[in-house]
Write a protein of this length. Structure first.
Length: 435
């Protein structure tokens, strides 16, 4: 999938202290289809009118004019007035987008499912709402339609946005109920649910492909319509906007592994809230693999782990295993130092390279060990035609250890507790053969 070309852009960033880092905003620009032709940065406290200082905005205008850029991309959150003020200083026709508007544009490009499209629309409305409220407030106060270039005063627009937000929430709640029903059906069918979480570009999609690489999706998986035969694996942001689920064999188990939307740094609450239904795949999993790029600077890894833990532990009850990915990019000494530094946040991580297939067997063993224990069961069944269908069902949903066919059928197996309960119910409904 190739991103559409959106033109040329100058990136801008203000930092309160230290040297402003534009690496991520450049990555975001590339993900959105922009060619970055220049940048302007400044270290200072925020200017309420321009974000940057007014002199620096004048410099930004000169860079835009010299490069003939069509867009300015700010790696900061801009208020509606700041956006307007900056735009007034730039050549006519140059668009100003802040970090979050840019992220929404990328999400919009990636959204292919109905759920993802609704989440993007919800996020866009949440972004627009305070701007609509600002228009209403200023227009009422100053009685000047179009004040500060914010557009005509239209109080009904604010109400329309709130109504649309409510309608989309209702639609997403319906989808979430359907997905929860599907998750429970999978569990009843003997599947363990494993979710991949972590920051974008940590290698989650590559790991998903590695865990499921040897498994073909057969016709029986038609029961689960969101099982995908392929999962994109590319070095770019937001490859996975929705969720991708594939079947993997973990020792004796039937396991479904789901790759979820990647975290990004410095996301506002309203944006995270818009995508919380995607995170439900993580919150309701039996096990979460928190994937991090171990080649990142250790302070950055620590910051990302803290953010992920804050998000995951808020609602998640499943065990979380930290996976230090991309060990092929670091030395053994560097890996050991980072493991020690991160030991409080990741006390027993698994270090792998999904790309190079390093230590995947160790990770598979860890997954098997962390998933809920199987329960042992022995069923004594009458010898009837109906019994054979129960035996077949147990074979499909459990690990069968032994079957003895005599005057009665004795079957020993291990399975998830929910499968054991179902097998007992099926056995209880069998009618003994007539003597």
């Amino acid at each position: 999938m190739t991103d559409a070309y959106n033109g040329t852009a100058v990136v801008a960033k203000r930092a309160d202290d230290g040297e402003p880092n534009t690496e991520e905003i450049r990555d975001l620009a590339g993900a959105a289809g922009y060619e970055v032709v220049g940048e302007v940065t400044q270290t200072r406290t925020e200017d309420p009118a321009f974000c940057l200082g007014e002199g620096k905005v004048a410099e930004l205008a000169r860079v835009v004019e010299a490069t003939e850029a069509t867009t300015v991309l700010f790696d900061n959150r801009l208020g509606p007035y700041q956006t307007f003020n900056i735009g007034n200083k730039l050549p006519e026709g140059v668009e100003v987008l802040d970090r979050f508007r840019l992220i929404l544009d990328i999400f919009g490009q990636r959204a292919q499912t109905k759920k993802a499209q609704l989440q993007v629309e919800l996020a866009e409305l949440r972004y627009e709402l305070p701007r609509a409220e600002a228009k209403t407030s200023l227009a009422k106060r100053d009685e000047r339609p179009g004040f500060m270039g914010l557009g005509e005063y239209d109080e009904s627009r604010e109400q329309d946005i709130k109504k649309q937000i409510s309608n989309i929430r209702d639609a997403l709640d319906r989808i979430e109920r359907e997905e929860e029903h599907r998750r429970e059906t999978r569990r009843e069918s003997g599947f363990d649910l494993v979710a991949l979480a972590g920051y974008t570009n940590a290698g989650k999609s590559t790991l998903l492909r590695r865990l499921a690489a040897e498994v073909d999706i057969d016709e029986n998986e038609g029961l689960h319509p969101d099982l995908d035969k392929t999962a994109e694996s590319e070095d770019r942001l937001f490859t996975t906007l929705g969720t991708t689920t594939r079947r993997a064999d973990i020792d004796r188990r039937n396991v479904l592994v789901t790759d979820t939307v990647g975290f990004i740094s410095d996301l506002p609450h309203w944006l995270v809230e818009s995508f919380k239904s995607t995170l439900s795949e993580v919150y309701r999993a039996d096990l979460v693999l928190l994937v991090v790029d171990v080649s990142d600077p250790v302070e950055e890894i620590q910051e990302k782990l803290v953010t992920c833990h804050d998000t995951l532990y808020e609602r998640n009850e499943a065990p979380i295993v930290t996976v230090l990915n991309k060990i092929d990019k670091v030395s053994e000494e560097e890996l050991a130092e980072k493991r020690e530094y991160l030991s409080a946040l990741a006390p027993n991580p698994v270090a792998i390279s999904a790309m190079e297939d390093l230590n995947i067997d160790e990770l598979v063993a860890r997954i098997d060990g962390e998933l809920p224990d199987y329960q042992h069961e022995t069923l004594v069944l009458p010898m009837t035609e109906e019994t054979m269908s129960v035996v077949s069902w147990v074979h499909d949903h459990a690990v069968v250890e032994d079957v003895d066919y005599g005057e009665q059928v004795i079957i020993e197996f291990e399975a998830r507790p929910s499968v054991v309960e179902q097998s007992r119910s099926k056995a209880a409904n069998l009618v003994p053969a007539e003597q």
